[in-house]
Design a protein around this ligand. Structure first.
Ligand code: TRP
Length: 451
C-alpha cells in the first residue's frame, strides 16, 4: 500500500501547529513565566524560539521529507554504524511523554465537566487544593486518562487524512478563537493593567542576576513547546507529497505557537490578578488551584472556566495525537502492522504506562523530569549532530528544494545547527541530568523510605 500523505499544505501546517500548541503553552508556560520572573523570561524565551527553535524545526523537517519514513527508519536509512541503532530513543521518549501527558490532559477534561455540573464556587484556596487532590489521583484520574487515550487512538486509527488532518482543521481554529475571546474579556477586567505590567515589562536586572536559571528554562520551554526532540516533526514532514518551502512553513508554525503562548499570558494573568492570586505559585497543580479559585471569584467565572479548561483539553488532544503518530508510523513502516491494530495496541500500552501517575504524583515527576529534562534533549542533540555533522550536504540540498538557491543562508543554517544548538542542548542536558539525580536521591528516595 502506498504511504499516506497530507491532502493539503494547510493540513500539514495545522497538524504541526496542533502538535506544537498544547499543555506546554497553556499549563507549563504561565507557571514557568511566573517562576522565572515574568517579562524578563518572556523576552529570553522569544529570542530562543527565533534563534534556536526555528532552525531546529528545519532539522526535523528536512530528515522527514528526504526519507519519507518514520524517525527510526529515517535515521537508519540516512546514517550508518552506530546511528542505525539510535532511533529507538524516539520511541522510548514517545511512550514516556504520552503516558503522563494523557493523565494531565484528563485532569483538564475533568475540570471542564466540574464546571458544567457544579461550577467553581469554592470557599478559597484550601478547598481548591482539596479538589485538585481528588481530581489528580485515584479512580477519577484513571477514568479520564482512559477517556483521553481513547480519543487519541480514535483519531490516529482514522489515518493521516481522515483522522489527523480532519481533526486539526477543527481543533486549531477553535483554540485560537476561544483564546482570543478570553483575552478580550481579560482586557475588560480592572486588574488587567497591573497584570500586563507584570507580564510585559522585562526587568533587565532580573535577567542579569537570574540568567543561570532563566536561560535553561527558556531553552527547555522552546524545544518542548515546538514538539522537538522526538521525531514528531520528522514524522509529519514525512507525509509531505511535494516539495514546498519548508522554511516558510516552519516560520508560520513557530509564529502561531508563540502567538498562542503569548495570548495565554493575556488570559491567565488578568484572571489571576483579578482574584488577587500570586502567579507562579505551586508548580503543576498551582494553575488548577489558582485558576479554579479565580473562576469562583470573577464575573462569569463558571462559563469562562468551562471554556478555558475545554480549550486546553482540545489543545492537548491535537498534541497527543502527534506523539502516538510517531509510534504508530514506526510500527507501520518498520514492522508492517496495519494502522488500526497498531494504534490500538500502542495506545493501550501507553495507557498502562500512565496508570502509576494516576496513583501517585511522584510518578509524574519521575516521568516528566526524565522525558523533558533528559530524553527530549538527548533526541535534539542527536538530530543536531546528525544533520550538522553527518549529513550536512544532503540536508542543505533538501532544504533548498521548494525554495531555490539558498546561498549563504544554507551554510548559516548548518553552522547554527552545528555549534549554537549543540551547545545550548548540551548545557540543558547537563542541567537535566543533575536535576534528575537530585530528584532520584532526594524526593524519590524520601517517597520510597515512607512506604
Ligand atoms: N508541544 C506540545 C505542547 O506544547 C507537546 C508535545 C507534543 C511535544 N508532541 C511533542 C513535546 C513532542 C515534545 C516532543 O504541549
Amino acid at each position: 500500500m502506498a504511504r499516506e500523505t497530507w491532502a493539503t499544505r494547510t493540513g500539514f501546517i495545522l497538524a504541526a501547529v496542533g502538535s506544537a500548541v498544547g499543555l506546554g503553552n497553556i499549563w507549563r508556560f504561565p507557571f514557568i513565566t511566573g517562576q522565572e520572573g515574568g517579562g524578563a523570561f518572556l523576552l529570553v524565551y522569544l529570542l530562543f524560539v527565533a534563534l534556536i527553535g526555528f532552525p531546529a524545526i528545519l532539522v526535523e523537517f528536512v530528515i522527514g521529507r528526504y526519507t519519507h519514513l518514520n524517525p527510526v527508519g529515517a535515521i537508519r536509512e540516512l546514517g550508518s554504524g552506530v546511528w542505525n541503532h539510535l532511533g529507538w530513543l524516539f520511541v522510548v521518549t514517545g511512550f514516556v511523554i504520552l503516558s503522563y501527558y494523557s493523565v494531565v490532559a484528563g485532569w483538564f477534561l475533568r475540570y471542564t465537566l466540574i464546571g458544567v455540573t457544579d461550577g467553581y464556587a469554592l470557599s478559597g484556596a484550601d478547598e481548591a487544593g482539596a479538589l485538585f487532590g481528588s481530581v489528580a489521583t485515584g479512580l477519577d484520574s484513571l477514568l479520564f486518562h482512559a477517556v483521553f487515550m481513547a480519543l487519541v487512538i480514535g483519531i490516529i486509527a482514522a489515518g493521516v487524512r481522515g483522522g489527523i488532518e480532519l481533526g486539526v482543521k477543527v481543533m486549531v481554529p477553535a483554540i485560537v478563537v476561544l483564546l482570543g475571546a478570553m483575552a478580550v474579556y481579560g482586557f475588560t477586567l480592572d486588574a488587567s493593567t497591573a497584570a500586563y505590567g507584570y507580564y510585559l515589562s522585562p526587568d533587565f536586572g532580573t535577567i542579569a542576576t537570574d540568567w543561570q536559571s532563566i536561560l535553561p528554562a527558556a531553552a527547555g520551554q522552546a524545544f518542548f513547546t515546538l514538539s522537538l526532540g522526538m521525531g514528531v516533526m520528522i514524522t509529519y514532514a514525512s507525509y509531505l507529497g511535494e516539495d514546498r518551502n519548508l522554511a516558510a512553513d516552519a516560520g508560520v508554525i513557530a509564529g502561531l505557537d508563540t502567538l498562542v503562548a503569548v495570548l495565554v499570558g493575556f488570559v491567565v494573568f488578568p484572571f489571576l490578578f483579578a482574584a488577587g492570586i500570586e502567579p507562579g505559585a505551586g508548580g503543576p497543580g498551582g494553575i488548577f488551584v489558582s485558576l479554579t479559585t479565580a473562576f469562583g471569584d470573577i464575573p462569569a467565572g463558571r462559563v469562562l472556566g468551562v471554556v478555558f479548561f475545554g480549550m486546553v483539553g482540545i489543545a492537548a488532544l491535537s498534541s497527543a495525537i502527534s506523539i502516538l503518530e510517531v509510534l504508530v508510523s514506526y510500527l507501520i513502516d518498520e514492522v508492517g502492522v496495519d494502522r488500526l491494530p497498531a494504534s490500538v495496541a500502542l495506545g493501550v500500552a501507553v495507557f498502562l504506562l500512565g496508570v502509576p501517575v494516576t496513583v501517585d504524583l511522584i510518578f509524574l515527576d519521575l516521568f516528566d523530569k526524565l522525558a523533558d529534562g533528559i530524553l527530549l534533549v538527548l533526541g535534539s542533540l542527536l538530530l543536531a549532530l546528525f544533520v550538522g555533522w553527518v549529513v550536512p550536504d544532503a540536508a542543505r540540498a533538501e532544504l533548498g528544494k521548494g525554495i531555490g538557491d539558498l546561498g549563504s543562508l544554507g551554510t548559516a543554517w548548518i553552522w547554527i545547527v552545528r555549534v549554537p544548538i549543540v551547545v545550548v542542548v548540551l548545557v540543558s542536558l547537563y542541567l537535566g541530568i543533575v536535576d534528575y539525580a537530585d530528584f532520584l536521591t532526594g524526593d524519590l528516595a524520601e517517597w520510597l523510605a515512607a512506604r
